[in-house]
Design a binder for this molecule. Structure first.
Ligand code: ATP
Ligand code: MG
Length: 399
């Protein structure tokens, strides 16, 4: 007997009261996009779970793809049968015989109270039926090779196999949109991923300084955005021509303060792009104390130019924890490609780790930068990365 359904359970999602419908319909949309490569499936949403009718499509591949969709707590393969004793017995027996299991356990859940046999009684009745009709197979309630859950519901009964853990979190698109400051480094893609896990949809902004930073550095960022899009929806990447303003800062600002002021420019430009795109917050990959720009004093001075919430999902994480996630989500090999970032090209030898806001403001007041920012904003290049591309590593195409 082949499984014909996948049951998807929502977990936290189902706690959302009145908003539940919003969450389930967003999850359904996201599942649809993610499973575009399986045209024969059919998706049904119920109050507390979702069913994918397989119609012969590859169950393993679908489970694998679904395990990367936020908002799914866990999933099981399932067989749908009529809520009748005889039908359930037949299918459960076929399921057991088809597996290599030597031991099994039955767990009945009866939410359909019209079904005439209680859960405990049905466990015994079905267990006995399976024992009588097989050889060398026994019951093991503690560590069974196969646990068959018999979920007797109003519309039908589902016989399900073990649970596969899902990605958790909330469906991307249920928590509004945020603008991710995406460098080519390790941290910011992980920050974007963590925000997506809480339902945030992303756009990205990247500061690019040709010829100091190469086309390949930009490619790298687009590849990272493509990886991120895989977990959610299309991502617009706004590429910012930053060279002229960086050179100006480098020329005119004492070097100890140039990094802080450059970061303040990045914040101003990011806020302007966010405003234009009707986005209400920014995300960075900052982690407290990791580098000079990420001390409390630096963050204070940099943050002072924006009233937008700056979400920092990695603020309390250690580098090795961040790397661990980066590896898990397959960003790491892209992040470590050896191309310069605009921040590292112009980084002074000894940036102030404790910049004073009054000094920063004083130096900045001598810099005429309004016109530069306007010009930058007129020359933004926006690239849309489609969700659910079969994300090939574009570098491997080039090699
Ligand atoms: P990352 O690994 O994300 O590059 P990092 O540890 O190298 O972070 P910084 O280079 O100080 O730290 O950058 C801090 C944050 O500023 C980054 O996480 C990112 O959000 C943002 N940022 C840095 N450089 C750029 C850039 N060129 N374009 C867009 N955002 C950037
Ligand atoms: Mg960096």
């Amino acid at each position: 007997m082949q499984y014909d359904h996948i049951v998807i359970r929502y977990g936290e999602l189902s706690l959302k009261g009145r908003n539940r419908k919003l969450f389930t319909s967003q999850l359904m949309k996201n599942v649809r996009v993610a499973l575009r490569a399986f045209p024969n499936i059919h998706i049904q949403t119920k109050r507390d779970r979702m069913y994918i009718v397989l119609n012969g499509e590859d169950q393993e591949a679908i489970i694998e793809r679904c395990s990367k969709i936020f908002g799914i707590q866990n999933m099981s393969l399932a067989i749908k049968v009529a809520s009748e004793e005889k039908a359930i017995k037949e299918e459960a027996l076929a399921l057991l015989k088809n597996s290599n299991a030597k031991t099994f356990k039955i767990s009945t859940k009866r939410s359909n109270k019209d079904f005439p046999i209680g859960s405990q009684d049905f466990n015994q009745l079905l267990g006995a039926h399976l024992l009588i009709n097989t050889e060398n197979i026994s019951v093991d309630v503690h560590h069974p090779d196969l646990e068959i859950t018999v979920d007797i519901r109003d519309e039908a009964t589902y016989l399900t196999s073990e649970k596969v853990v899902g990605a958790g979190g909330l469906p991307v698109g249920t928590a509004g949109k945020s603008l991710l400051l995406l460098s080519g480094g390790i941290d910011s893609p992980v920050a974007g991923y963590q925000a997506m896990k809480r339902g945030v949809e992303l756009e990205a902004i990247h500061f690019h300084s040709p010829p100091y930073t190469s086309e390949r550095a930009k490619e790298k960022v687009l590849d990272l955005a493509e990886k991120l899009a895989f977990y959610g929806r299309n991502i617009k990447v706004h590429v910012i021509p930053f060279t002229a303003l960086q050179q100006k800062i480098h020329r005119e600002i004492p070097h100890g303060y140039s990094m802080t002021i450059m970061r303040r420019m990045m914040m101003r430009i990011s806020e302007a792009v966010a405003k234009k795109e009707e986005i209400l917050s920014l995300i960075t990959g900052e982690s407290l104390g990791q580098v000079a720009s990420q001390t409390m004093e630096s963050m204070h001075a940099i943050n002072a130019v924006t009233s937008y919430p700056v979400i920092r999902p990695l603020i309390a994480m250690d580098k090795d924890e961040i790397i661990h996630i980066s590896e898990k989500i397959e960003m790491y090999p892209i992040s470590i490609r050896p191309y310069e970032d605009c921040c590292t090209v112009f980084v002074p030898k000894s940036p102030k780790t404790k910049p004073r806001l009054e000094k920063v403001e004083q130096f900045e007041s001598q810099l005429d930068f309004k016109q530069d920012i306007e010009e930058i904003l007129e020359n933004v290049e926006t690239i849309t990365i489609a969700a659910n591309n079969h994300h090939q590593d574009s570098m491997s195409d080039l090699l």
